[in-house]
Design a protein around this ligand. Structure first.
Ligand code: HEM
Length: 403
């Protein structure tokens, strides 16, 4: 760590019981608090809503890893499980004009009009998956059979990833977003993903299709605006961001609704909208727990501490969503609160590019699921186990029973 007078960091435990319990402790310690990540890497977690909102839009905070002293000096451990978030070439690790160039290339695929055009296909996919779910007997894992395949199929088709490669990609990407992988597994997953997506790029170059990968290649070859590494990095980002998060959102929303049957009933009778369910779930149980990393380009004063130039920050979205200084009674899932202006889809220049798609997918999934199975309930048994990650915030399985 670069601050000589900094307090002792809190160890962030990816195998910890529950992110919300851990986050309550971090929030109590202040708006920005030092945490130790796996491998002994120390960064600031920004956990208060207002502070996080300000820093996400602060020009003194960047995403280019060259700003980070620990990275520049080669002090990260070999096979560090979060390395991919720091080094993947693409819009999440770029600032300013570079960021605008990389983001601009995919923005046109995510305009409100293009998203609205996808609605009938998303609805048909969700209905087909529910036809399969209806055939399952006894308790079943809602995450595996519904929350996962829907966003995976949608983003897979947008990018032209063949269905038979989607499960392989998901397994590799699970390792990448888990902050608990062993060094060997983290490196193998990264290599596996680069090989798989390099193959996708080669196939689309040989035989272009009606998909975003072919569009990105055409843009790259038209005026050489995207390097080969940036192309593969962008595919990686879109495929991971495009399904791991929405999968968590659908899972977390179903879990919250089944734990609050009176609020589910009020949605089903039209008192509350599916949109309200999605927004309140994003606030209450953010699918992205903590997003790595940002870096201070200058010294920044935050609530009595100084984040020094060259130090790194985690955007603690799940903690900010439960900040009672911003959301009254923040630990309560309450569809009646005014639409939550949460930060769980990001804020500022890196605001989630797929926000419209994620909202459409989640609203469609929940509406169809509960219309088809209004008596759905949680299966008996122990509480579901959290994912061993502080990046991905959800449960490993969600066992439910058709009513
Ligand atoms: C519920 C679902 C989703 C959630 C909660 C979510 C959340 C986020 C968050 C918090 C960020 C900002 C990360 C940061 O810099 O701190 C982000 C960025 C991003 N998201 Fe999403 N996301 C979701 C769905 C999607 C989907 C469906 C896609 C699309 C294809 C997508 C693509 C992206 C991309 C490309 C960025 C990077 C933008 C940039 O750096 O300029 N996301 N997302």
């Amino acid at each position: 760590m670069d601050s000589a007078l900094a307090p002792q960091p809190v160890r962030l435990d990816p195998f910890g019981a529950d992110q919300h319990t851990e986050n309550a402790g971090l929030r109590a310690a202040g708006p920005a608090v030092l945490v130790e990540l796996p491998g002994g890497v120390v960064v600031w977690a920004v956990t208060h809503h207002d502070t996080l909102q300000a820093l996400l839009n602060d020009p003194r905070v960047g995403k280019n890893p060259q700003l980070w002293t620990t990275f520049r000096e080669g002090r990260l451990p070999e096979g560090w499980p979060l390395m991919n978030f720091v080094t993947v070439p693409g819009m999440v690790t770029a600032d300013g004009a570079d960021h605008r160039r990389l983001r601009g290339l995919v923005t046109q695929a995510f305009t409100p009009r293009r998203i609205a055009e996808l609605a009938p296909a998303i609805e048909a996919r969700a209905a087909a998956l529910l036809d399969e779910v209806a055939l399952l007997e006894g308790d079943f894992d809602l995450r595996r059979h519904f929350a996962y395949p829907l966003p995976m199929q949608v983003i897979g088709e947008l990018l032209g990833l063949p269905p038979k490669q989607q499960d392989e990609l998901h397994e590799l990407s699970d390792t990448l977003v888990s902050s608990s992988a062993t060094p060997g597994a983290a490196v193998a997953a990264q290599q596996g993903l680069f090989a798989l997506l390099g193959g996708l790029a080669a196939a689309k170059r040989a035989e272009p299709g009606d998909d975003l990968t072919s569009d990105l290649i055409a843009a790259r070859e038209a005026d050489d605006r995207l390097t080969e590494m940036e192309l593969v990095g962008t595919l990686l980002l879109m495929l991971i961001a495009g399904h791991e998060t929405t999968l968590n959102l659908i899972t977390n929303a179903v879990r919250a609704l089944l734990a609050h049957p009176e609020q589910l009933a009020a949605v089903l009778d039209g008192t509350y909208t599916w949109s309200a369910v999605v927004e309140e779930t994003l606030r209450y149980d953010s699918p992205v727990g903590q997003f790595p990393l940002r870096y201070a380009a200058e010294d920044i004063e935050v609530g009595g501490v100084t984040i020094r130039r060259g130090e790194a920050l985690l955007a603690s979205y799940a903690a900010a969503g439960r900040d009672s200084g911003h959301f009254p009674d923040a630990d309560r899932f309450d569809l009646g609160r005014a639409p939550a202006k949460h930060l769980s889809l990001g804020h500022g220049p890196h605001f989630c590019l797929g926000a419209g798609l994620a909202r459409l997918e989640a609203e469609t999934a929940l509406r169809l699921l509960f219309t088809r199975f209004p008596g759905l309930r949680l299966a008996d048994g122990p509480a579901p186990e959290p994912i061993a990650s502080f990046v991905s915030n959800s449960v490993k399985t969600l066992l439910v029973r058709q009513g």
